[in-house]
Design a protein around this ligand. Structure first.
Ligand SMILES: [Zn+2]
Length: 1169
């Protein structure tokens, strides 16, 4: 017979089947015989010849129909078995051939049919067992396509029969893998896994998993996987510990480890599998107990140590470390209290904020207090209780107030619940509605109306006035509860704006206002209050010029400074890079130092400083060459972990010698005139033979240093003032070192789950000896950098360690080590002095004012930059000249998060640029009035905080309703914006807040997409936001793919959203810059430097000019975005091609870092396009 003929015959049999099936549901004897005959024939055919893809494709549905037709009461097992045979023959073929059948089987839910049949035949010992084996084979082959198979197996109660088959066929090389495969699919579902355990399925599987018989390696591996699934949850793991599983696993792993040669390689996978099971089991408490009882800690540690460097993959060591870390008892950080050693007293009436923070530092205290209150009620003598609570609550002073406060808080909450049923969401919705109304109204009214409604700053607040006091307390209470819960999950957050406390901060976006403080502000008040900040609008010009002379400094320092500058200026100032059009002024070092020291005197800190840090006082710059990112060495990470575990096993092997303790140092320090004698110290050696540490200077935040061995030190960072958390930023001084020795530093109380330190980033270091030798650079430094979870913590609180090695170049050097290039508040003030003395007074309008005082009475500077309107200026073309009163505003802010010093360097780049001679800078000054608040959180910066202000809150969550007492800088910055939208007819073109991002590379923007508002799409708002970031395409270091345009609930109260919402500024952004470096473009593979950050600032200005080249002036026109993108892109490409952008870039690189980096840049120029 020819192939074709035979195929025709197959077709005909299938046709007969489908005809017979179609004829009717009455199963006549004839019909049945017909089917039987055809099925037998097909079986014979498939037995002789593999089914072809063609045949399967054509008849898959017929086969499935045939199978399902047997469901109505057919007990003809032989016939069903024949059909199963056909299906199995097809499933045995390659994937491509069997796919149509698999699809059809799944589509028609044959799995349920099979499971049902399985249940029916389970009782039958004869033919039934064959059928159930066949069913298992089919299910094992197609089961992974059915997502609900595990659930169905549970519903049809077939798990028991599968397990009993497993007992029978345990070592059957043909059947057992099938059963294990199916069980693997089942066990992935945790509930079904529990069902398998209930059906006593774990024991036969464990027997298979723990066999030492080499012949069954494949079965063993498969069953280990199933067992791993069967212990996937803590509950399951605890159930498994009722067996001797832990001991057995340890024994098997230990025995296998003793085997040699070929065998050893073969057992690697099995050992790793078993360790994975062990890791599951020690996640349960019972598992840990068994593990420790079985001496597993020492055993596994020794096994991990014995893994040879040349030995197979390091997964084994990795897993061992993980198991060991899970079983380590959590250790207390070696400090008395995790709470900030520095307290700043908040204004009267607000001190409960600190008490609340103190309570949440240790939930146990809160619990104790609750208990205490209960006990008080039941009239038990309280004296004793109080004293025990007193001991627990380490910072003793506040105990009394804490108790009274929280009890009064409880009282308030109970009353509040009745007073304020209004849910905050409801209010928001209402507010939104009214806002939309105002929008529509606004459209009909023209620009002539001077006063507009500004929600948030006007009578809106009146409604809430009555219950504010109460509500706030309630919020705080919620806050505590929430923060303890949220500690784990927000580690998933990848959004830097959010960070650790986003949830809590959503809740307390409005902080209590004492009643007398509540203000209604209408536009008249506003204009009176803020008029002074808009002097540029006052005519005539000479008035401006006279006012320019005013300084933001207090009179005494001002006269000192002006004398200084009168004597030295302008001849001694260095104008850098005269070849480039972009000029950049730098003060000579001695002048800089004098200015810095004078200004430092008026910088007010929350605790006493004892010195000026050398790099800040002497204007350190970044290293003259690009510094590549480091390669991460996993092996090194593992040995570090093992080292930590060793310390726990052999605690006496370490020195444990405290060499620096901020808590006591700050108490005993005496008042000194702030100065720096590092250069003299370089030549001296202390009698003590260990490193010296110090951090009692601006932005410093080391709390404690403990010597571990001769060359190793554990370091602990200070938390943000008045809190117990936010450890990330660090800055400290180290001295008394020996050159040539490798020192290791472990900073042991980080809180974030991951860090760029594992992606090539290094800390930065400044050496005073180097500076004396003419190299005053911050450099990236540190070998074997690694960041990992350590064994410190308490309950759910976990900490992470950053470890790095440093070999110092000089004996007795004085070095400064930091998370990132520091930029202190005093640096900013020095820069302002520098700017105000160097800008071109004939054409630039530059004004410095004090926006407000901070909580600790520091000035929060506000800068205004624009140009004088001068019709006679030669370079003005007609188009560029815009009279002062027609210019729009650009508002820039930075450093709301004090640890993000990179934002300040970008801001410095922007201001340098705006005050320069660059034609584009002139263009910008002619077109816009820049209002710049370069440091929104001076107090945080000065005191070395990471995220908060002294009022313990993230200021970037306070914009919705900023409290004027607690958050003055936010209150008044928002006030400026309100003034502009209420009292001026000129719109704000752009708002941008500058930030640093600790978990991403490159720089990028966050913006608002009205379609993604968390309250639903914001109707009537334009979507042009994305245009500005898009214009950065091609700018070195920019990553468009990292930009995010969302309006999530967590971000409520952050600058860009509030500004967008309340002042209708479409171009409102957060710019995020990396601490680490770049993974694409011109700077690919390089770590970021001060000069790169400043360059980003310059680029920001350049791109800003392009924004003005388009007409977006009418907000009513909502332009199709895509159209705009196309034109912009073409345009920017053209421009880039013609104006020799890169030449400019490389020349300004030279100017800002005063180095010769242009050669490297020009070499990599090709990357740009
Ligand atoms: Zn930030």
């Amino acid at each position: 017979m020819s192939t074709l003929k035979r195929l025709n015959m197959v077709d005909s049999w299938f046709t007969r089947i489908s005809q017979a099936l179609a004829r009717d549901k009455i199963s006549t004897a004839d019909n049945k015989d017909e089917l039987r005959y055809a099925v037998r024939k097909i079986n014979q055919f498939f037995y002789a010849e593999k089914p072809s893809a063609d045949v399967v494709d054509k008849h898959a549905d017929v086969i499935v129909d045939l199978l399902l037709s047997t469901s109505n009461g057919s007990d003809d097992f032989e016939f069903i078995a024949q059909i199963f045979n056909i299906i199995r023959e097809i499933l045995d073929c390659d994937k491509k051939t069997s796919r149509p059948l698999v699809k059809s089987l799944i589509r028609n839910d044959v799995c349920s049919f099979l499971l049902n049949t399985l249940r029916v035949v389970a009782e039958d010992r004869g033919l039934g067992q064959d059928i159930s084996l066949q069913i298992h084979q089919i299910l094992a082959a197609i089961g992974h396509h059915d997502k609900r198979l595990a659930l169905k197996a549970r519903l049809f109660k077939t798990i028991g029969s599968t397990i009993s088959l497993l007992r029978i066929y345990s070592y059957n090389a043909k059947v057992c893998p099938v059963l294990l495969t199916l069980l693997k699919i089942y066990a992935k579902n945790a509930i079904t896994a529990a069902a398998i355990c209930r059906a006593a399925g774990l024991q036969p599987l464990l027997r298979l998993a723990l066999t030492l018989d080499r012949r069954h390696a494949k079965l063993q591996r498969l069953s280990i996987t199933v067992v791993r699934h069967l212990t996937q949850t803590k509950k399951l793991a605890a159930r498994a510990t009722t067996t001797t599983i832990v001991r057995d696993i340890l024994a098997v792993v230990f025995l296998m480890d003793k085997s040699q040669g070929q065998n050893r390689v073969r057992t690697v996978k099995i050992k790793e599998g078993l360790l994975k099971v062990l890791l599951n089991i020690v996640k349960s408490k019972a598992g840990r107990v068994q593990f420790l009882e079985a001496n597993g800690f020492y055993l596994l540690y020794e096994l991990a140590l014995n893994v040879l460097p040349s030995d197979y993959s390091c997964t084994f060591v990795d897993l061992s470390c993980q198991v060991l870390l899970h079983c380590c008892p959590k250790q207390q950080l070696p400090i008395d209290s995790i709470f900030s050693p520095v307290r700043f007293n908040l204004p009267q009436g607000y001190d409960y904020i600190v008490s609340n923070e103190l309570l949440s530092a240790d939930p146990q205290i809160a619990k104790d207090l609750d208990e205490l209150r209960e006990k008080c009620k039941s009239a038990i003598p309280t004296n004793e209780r109080v004293s025990t609570a007193d001991q627990r609550l380490r910072p003793k002073s506040s105990i009394g107030s804490a108790i009274t406060r929280s009890s009064s808080a409880t009282k308030c909450v109970t009353t509040a619940s009745s007073v304020r049923p209004k849910s905050s969401k409801g209010t928001k919705l209402e507010k939104k509605k009214t806002e939309q109304k105002t929008v529509t109204k606004k459209k009909s009214v023209t620009n002539g109306t001077k006063y507009r409604q500004v929600p948030g700053l006007n009578s809106n607040n009146l409604d809430d006035q009555e219950d504010t006091g109460i509500r706030l307390v309630e919020d705080e209470e919620l806050d505590d509860e929430d923060s303890s819960k949220s500690d784990d999950n927000d580690e998933e957050e990848d959004d830097e704006e959010d960070e650790i406390s986003n949830k809590e901060n959503v809740l307390d976006s409005s902080v209590p206002l004492p009643n007398d403080e509540q203000q209604t502000r209408d536009s008249v008040d506003l204009s009176r209050a803020y008029e002074q900040f808009f002097d540029e609008m006052v005519d005539p010009v000479y008035l401006l010029r006279s006012k320019m002379a005013q300084s933001i400094l207090d009179p005494s320092t001002e006269s000192l400074l002006s004398r200084l500058f009168r004597n030295i200026l302008p001849s001694s100032l260095t104008l850098l890079s005269t070849q480039s059009a972009f000029s950049y002024w730098r003060m000579p070092l001695n002048l800089y130092f004098q200015t810095y020291s004078i200004l430092a005197k008026s910088t007010k800190s929350a605790y006493r400083f004892t010195k000026l840090a050398y790099p800040d006082a002497f204007n350190a710059v970044s290293y003259a060459r690009f510094e590549p990112m480091q390669k991460f060495d996993e092996r090194n990470n593992r040995s570090t972990l093992l080292g930590d575990i060793r310390r726990i096993i052999y605690p006496t092997s370490i020195f444990n010698h405290t060499v620096y303790d901020f808590d006591t140092a700050v108490e005993h320090s005496v008042v000194t005139a702030l100065d720096n004698d590092d250069e003299q110290r370089c030549q001296m050696r202390s009698s003590l033979d260990h490193l010296h540490f110090d951090s009692q200077f601006e932005c410093g935040n080391l709390r404690k240093a403990v010597q571990i061995t001769e060359e190793e030190y554990d370091l602990i960072l200070r938390p943000d003032i008045n809190t117990f958390r936010y450890h990330q930023w660090f800055y400290f001084e180290v001295s008394n070192m020996r050159h040539g020795i490798t020192y290791r530093f472990n900073i042991i109380n980080f809180e974030k789950a991951n860090s760029q330190f594992n992606s090539g980033m290094q800390p930065v270091m400044f050496s005073v000896c180097d500076a004396v030798n003419g190299k005053p650079y911050w450099r990236r430094i540190g070998e074997k950098v690694s960041y990992y979870k350590n064994t410190y913590g308490k309950k759910k609180k976990v900490y992470y360690t950053l470890t790095f090695n440093i070999r110092f170049t000089y004996d007795n050097d004085v070095c400064y080590i930091a998370y990132h290039y520091p930029y202190t508040y005093t640096t900013l003030m020095t820069d302002i002095v520098n700017w105000s003395n160097t800008y071109d007074r004939s054409s630039i309008y530059f004004r410095q004012q004090v926006l407000c005082k901070t909580l600790s009475e520091n000035d929060c500077p506000l800068l205004t930059i624009t140009s004088f309107y001068n019709q006679n200026d030669v370079y003005h073309s007609e188009k560029q000249t815009i009279p002062m009163h027609e210019r729009t505003y650009v508002m820039l802010t930075a450093r709301v998060h004090p640890g993000e010093s990179n934002a300040s360097w970008i801001m410095k780049g922007i201001i340098d640029y705006l005050l320069s001679d660059e034609p584009t800078a002139r263009l910008l000054r002619d077109r816009y009035i820049f209002k710049i608040v370069p440091m929104l959180n001076p107090d945080g910066v000065i005191n070395g905080c990471q995220r908060c202000s002294l009022a313990t809150k993230d200021l970037n969550r306070q914009w919705s309703a900023p409290n004027s007492v607690l958050f003055p800088t936010i209150y008044h910055t928002k006030g400026l914006l309100a003034y502009l939208s209420m009292c001026s007819s000129r719109p704000i073109t752009l708002f941008c807040d500058f930030h640093g991002h600790s978990r991403q590379k490159n720089f990028f923007f966050y913006g608002n997409d009205p379609r993604l508002h968390f309250l639903g799409p914001a109707i009537g708002r334009s979507t042009i936001t994305k245009i500005f970031p898009k214009l950065f395409t091609g700018v070195p270091g920019f990553a468009l793919q990292s930009c995010l345009f969302t309006m999530r609930k967590q971000k409520e109260g952050c600058a860009r959203m509030v500004v967008w919402e309340e002042f209708k500024i479409d171009f409102a952004y957060t710019m995020e810059a990396t601490y680490n470096g770049f993974d694409a473009g011109l700077y690919k593979g390089l770590q970021i430097q001060i000069s790169t950050l400043q360059m980003i600032g310059h680029d920001f200005c350049q791109v800003l000019t392009r924004l003005g080249e388009h007409e977006y002036k009418t907000p009513e026109t909502i332009i199709p975005m895509e159209d705009l993108f196309v034109t912009n892109e073409n345009h920017s490409q053209e421009k880039r091609a013609t104006n020799g952008d890169e030449k400019r870039r490389s020349s300004s690189a030279v100017s800002s870092s005063s180095s010769s980096s242009s050669s490297l840049l020009s070499l990599t120029d090709g990357d740009v396009h």
